[in-house]
Design a protein around this ligand. Sequence first.
Ligand SMILES: NC(=O)c1ccc[n+]([C@@H]2O[C@H](COP(=O)([O-])OP(=O)(O)OC[C@H]3O[C@@H](n4cnc5c(N)ncnc54)[C@H](O)[C@@H]3O)[C@@H](O)[C@H]2O)c1
Length: 677
Amino acid sequence: MSDDFRELVTRGIPDHLPPMPPEAPGISHAPRRRQVLSGAQRELALTNALRYVPEGLHAELAPELARELATDGRIYMRRFRPHYPMHARPIDEYPARCQQAAAVMLMITNNLDPAVAQHPYELITYGGNGAVFQNWAQYLRTMQYLSRMTQEQTLVMYSGHPLGLFPSHPEAPRVVVTNGMVVPNYSSQDDYERMNALGVTSYGQMTAGSYMYIGPQGIVHGTAITLLNAGRRYLGCSDEGGGLAGKLLVTSGLGGMSGAQAKASVIAGCIGVVAEINPDAVKKRHEQGWVQEVERDLDRVLQRIERARREKQPLSLAYQGNVVHLWERLAREGLTVDMGSDQTSLHNPFAGGYYPAGLTLEQSNQMLSRDPDGFREQVHASLRRQVAAINALAGRGMAFWDYGNAFLLQASRAGAEVMRPDGGFRYPSYVEDIMGPMCFDHGFGPFRWVCTSCDPLDLETTDGIAAQVLEQLSSSSPPETRQQMLDNLRWIRAAGSHRMVVGSQARILYSDCEGRTRIALAFNQAIRDGRIHAPVVLGRDHHDVSGTDSPFRETADIRDGSMFCADMAVHNVIGDGFRGATWVSLHNGGGVGWGEVTNGGFGMVLDGSEAVDRRIQQMIHWDVNNGIARRSWAGNASARFTLERAMAAEPRLEATLPHAAGAELVRGALAGVYGGE
Ligand SMILES: NC(=O)c1ccc[n+]([C@@H]2O[C@H](COP(=O)([O-])OP(=O)(O)OC[C@H]3O[C@@H](n4cnc5c(N)ncnc54)[C@H](O)[C@@H]3O)[C@@H](O)[C@H]2O)c1
């Protein structure tokens, strides 16, 4: 099989039509997309797809692809999905001329692994529409390019389309990826649907289109950290006082990222009740051990909550049904809910991201393409019901936050009661209160790595190394960051026992600039002296200090008016690109929706060389301090503290510091000119 795999990867797009690949049982498919193209545009879409295959195949293939367009609303070129099993393999099993290219192939195949990806046959990794490629021909051609690439070339990726290999040099990124980049005035949801159906753009989400998704583990940790810090901030929980024991979190979603909430609840020590309407998603997370128990009956859900509360036992419970029904029942019964959130895919509300109450899953999937206007109405009505129940529980003391899925944004557009009289949202986003001030302003963000040997023992070694570094750092860290250090130390010591690996041998933790740098250098040293047996890929979620400009999520706590500017994310990718990243990616529209965010990320292959030591030091320093400097300039006090420490440690860093003007002085000056308004 291995030789076959190598041969097929090297061959690329075949010059004959392969047989249709068989369908494995239990595969979840993307919903049919809305028919959005005019007649002329349909011709363009078909012509665009056919240009990937030799002319001799066009006559036979064209009717089949036309049927795909009519059925799926997209052309996935299903016939070209490879017959070999799709999963991350040890790095030396990939046909490649350079290790960096093989590492990228490993990450791509992991992002399309049916155990990892949400709708693998439609090349969707997570979030309903977070795509690695638009069609299977793009996959085949990209893998072929990577198998040929030398250290003197860079592969250019336009929204899944491999533009080609271009001459460069060994220090340059091997791959540069953009997803969904458009001229700003063409960034509406309708623009996206049209261009995606034409086969010229894609939605890369945060980590899908940059090949950096590592399954829901990637977000388990961030979610556990959020819950622990939410408990401290909203409920006054302390580690000494038993933490979150007996506290109840109610939320929704057991999908790609949202699936992490169940596992994170248990890790954080609370009772997590997660509603999920899709039985396939419930089954997958239950079988993987991410959710402990499943109930379909609301009476039993309530009884189980009471028991867990009495026993103060951590619990993850899936309610298989619509989250609106769960919220309404809890509100009616007058139960105490301590914390609430939502992680349906509301960044994509009308194309399968949110299933409205009153329709079954199947009815919704049919209606969203057959009667899009009617479906939109159903979504809006459902959101109004959901918010009414949440408001009732919040009125009795529940702390509710938006979990970065555009819940408040979409609920406001639906006319739900989520606005304050002053025009702001009545609930915070988790970044405003928790992630921003407690993590991002201090440079703490979602650092991750993948062991390319695919050997669990290598992962264990990296866990041990990371724990050692964090132990050293936590003994000398200032009080402002010690709690985060200790949370992460506790996390990494227990990470192996939580059995969180799905797909590649990957791990995540939150760390600051110094921690990320020292951990990466220690890994590189361990590769050099043979304690780790193959290269390690370093990366991060785009959801980080510097990577993402997103006014309803990552930059929700930027208050100088620049929350809608995207200079930081764009600079981040450019700066990473010339400081040593192996690949960089820049996306329109991850997390909260197309047009609502610009985000970027990187991958770096650690091969044990001294050159990589230099790359680590240069690139990570920029990758964190870019955002720290911007956050400090925006007036975030903790970011200023972090920046001043960074400047003291590295004299070549000279950042512009703000001189804060007093509010009284500003008001007085304006009143003197404009008069009192
Ligand atoms: N803040 C964060 O850290 C963070 C992290 C991850 C994801 N997100 C956001 O959260 C959202 C979810 O991400 P995902 O990758 O899990 O997406 P997903 O599409 O894989 O999962 C969402 C799940 O919600 C379920 N669902 C939809 N409507 C429902 C309803 N009314 N009742 C019950 N279940 C319903 C769907 O069946 C699906 O399984 C996205 O918008 C994403 O951008 C935020």
